[in-house]
Design a binder for this molecule. Structure first.
Ligand SMILES: [Zn+2]
Length: 203
């Protein structure tokens, strides 16, 4: 089935937006298009490597491409750090200018179109970014504990927020090790019920 028929079929089935739409290309093209992996681009990409010598192929596969992955993680982490700073700035300035004490009160007035859960999620996100900003040293202390075996560059703002609890970090660590098969299933997980992340702020 060609991609156009396939997409039409998907549309009929779901009557909605297609998940992971970026995987599907509808515009016909003659050259390799960045991030396109269609039936035409796959053999084109393969052909483009035909004059590479084996050592070069080896270096790309084992060294350069994993290094790029590393650079992407650094890049992602720098975006998360920016999000934290933007969140803190947003909270600080909105409270300063309004004289209000709680961000939620401010947001409720300022963004009346945000209702219920949406308002709560928005406020939680801002408050978490702000909390992370103001308690970064505690988070660093937990994440640099010698027991941690994961790469925290993958962490979102929310996960950094959760990292305020050493128990949460240990539990996450166990989970990751288990996923990698480095820990047997019989070993107990660090008791998650000890993780108390609730209501550090009442905004
Ligand atoms: Zn293509």
């Amino acid at each position: 089935m060609n991609q156009l028929n396939y997409v039409n079929q998907l549309r009929q089935q779901h009557k909605m937006e297609i998940p992971n739409r970026f995987l599907i290309t509808l515009v016909r093209h003659e050259n390799i298009v960045e991030n396109c992996f269609c039936d035409d681009c796959r053999p084109r990409r393969l052909m483009a490597l035909r004059n590479f010598d084996q050592n070069r192929v080896y270096d790309h596969f084992t060294r350069y491409l994993p290094l790029l992955e590393n650079a992407k993680l650094d890049n992602y982490h720098s975006h998360v750090l920016r999000q934290i700073v933007f969140g803190e700035h947003f909270k600080r300035t909105s409270l300063e200018r309004s004289g209000l004490r709680y961000f939620r009160c401010w947001a409720k007035n300022e963004y009346p179109h945000l209702k219920g859960k949406e308002l709560k999620t928005f406020c939680d996100n801002v408050n978490e970014a702000s909390w992370v900003y103001n308690n970064w040293n505690k988070i660093v202390e937990n994440l640099t504990d010698r027991r941690m075996k994961f790469d925290a560059r993958r962490f979102s703002v929310h996960m950094f927020y959760e990292s305020k609890s050493l128990a949460w970090c240990l539990s996450y660590n166990d989970e990751q090790l288990r996923k990698k098969g480095k820990m047997s299933k019989d070993q107990p997980l660090y008791p998650i019920d000890k993780v108390n992340n609730c209501h550090l702020f009442t905004t």
